[in-house]
Design a protein around this ligand. Sequence first.
Ligand code: AMP
Length: 469
Amino acid sequence: MHYRGSLDRIFEIREECGVFGVYGHPEAANLTYLGLYALQHRGQEGAGICSSNGHTMCIEKAMGLVSDVFNEERLKRLPGNAAIGHNRYSTAGGSMLKNVQPIMANCLLGSLSLAHNGNLTNAISLRKQLQQDGAIFQSNSDSEVILHLIAHAKGSSAQEKFIEVVQEIEGAYSLLILLEDQLVAIRDPFGVRPLCLGQFDGAYVVASETCAFDLIGATYIRDVEPGEMLVINDNGLHSVKAIDSYKRAHCVFEFIYFARPDSRIFGGLNVHRIRKELGKRLAINSHVDADVVIPVPDSGVPSTIGYAEQSGVPFDFGLVRNHYVGRTFIEPKSSIRHFGVKIKLNAIQNVTRGKRVVIVDDSIVRGTTSKKIVKMIRELGQAKEVHLRISSPCTIGPCFYGINTPTRSELIAATHQVEEIRKYLTADSLAYLSLEGLRSALPNPDDYCYACFNGDYPIGFPQEESPEL
Ligand code: AMP
């Protein structure tokens, strides 16, 4: 994660990220490259890999997509049987190479590199404190705060130091740390972001999502548990309780939008299946007579299948996505965002002409995308009626734990009633999934964070920020 220096808008830039690590395989860097490739949806701004051959560490990173950043030659510069990698997403413009991870440093433990998914909620106060003690920062990333805390920790072993550090940091972290002779995976006590453990060809692999395991043919073993530290070295796998975990707060938005549908996360739950369930519950609670139901591709597809199955309304594809456009959703200038929708999506007239159309999307954030889509289906698609159904509750609060949402004032549902939103979107009807509907689709509903939907922040939020902004 990363933030700007000014205190008033410190968390203006929020990030989603993907991490992958492997220990004990001669093709460590190549496997990490493939893992990052499968996790590309978690971050498209920059990518990096750090490898170790037991005594020397090498790092390669750059801005851009995984396939742009790495080629055969660059991967050859990453020897060793252990590696970690990171995909970074941020909405900030300009070159931010210094914030691309993994970040590497030398300390008493030798060379060390780190890849982090999630947001720390006390990063700013920790950073100030470290700076007062003389620390110099290279980037404006909260992950660098973790690096400094490790360097300052008193413990005599790496494990002791890491345990000290997790007592100090607060917030969301799925963390991979590579030392010359070991790979360490740590997950925050709430288990906010996913982190999965797998095995491949005698080696251990760790990834944000299991879709990374599927690509390389690794077997999913289990999740890294909330509060757990996994140490992987030549002696095998060793599990240590790093911090007490009293309450889980898995990010429910991973299921709604963020994770890939073929992944199994949060205890092996298939994302596609949960999304379908959301669509079914949406159909039960928001019936409307219609001729066709169409998804906003891609994230709206599974819930639309569920909606169609439950309601009996025929499913079809009325919108086509250009797959060569990234997830350019929250962009700095609204002129670009407006433009972005047309670049990403187009209507298939034959599917919707003269029909009563239900469009299913996973979420409304600012409302910009939905407004364009409704207009597109009505005008270009020549639909008779356009009904919008959202497979999540109203998004009313920003995320401080690693999902890219704008401030509260920009969230349309935070400041408007559903009927006002419907009018703004020019839809014939609009309905969201209820919070109860969402909870009922999950096996252990109390184990999730719903802060963006109910304003209840289970880990609190940064002192410098407020969800009321
Ligand atoms: P908006 O125009 O701001 O209402 O954007 C809503 C669209 O953005 C929906 O189609 C969602 O699938 C998508 N979306 C929701 N959350 C995110 C996110 N954190 N990053 C990127 N896209 C998102």
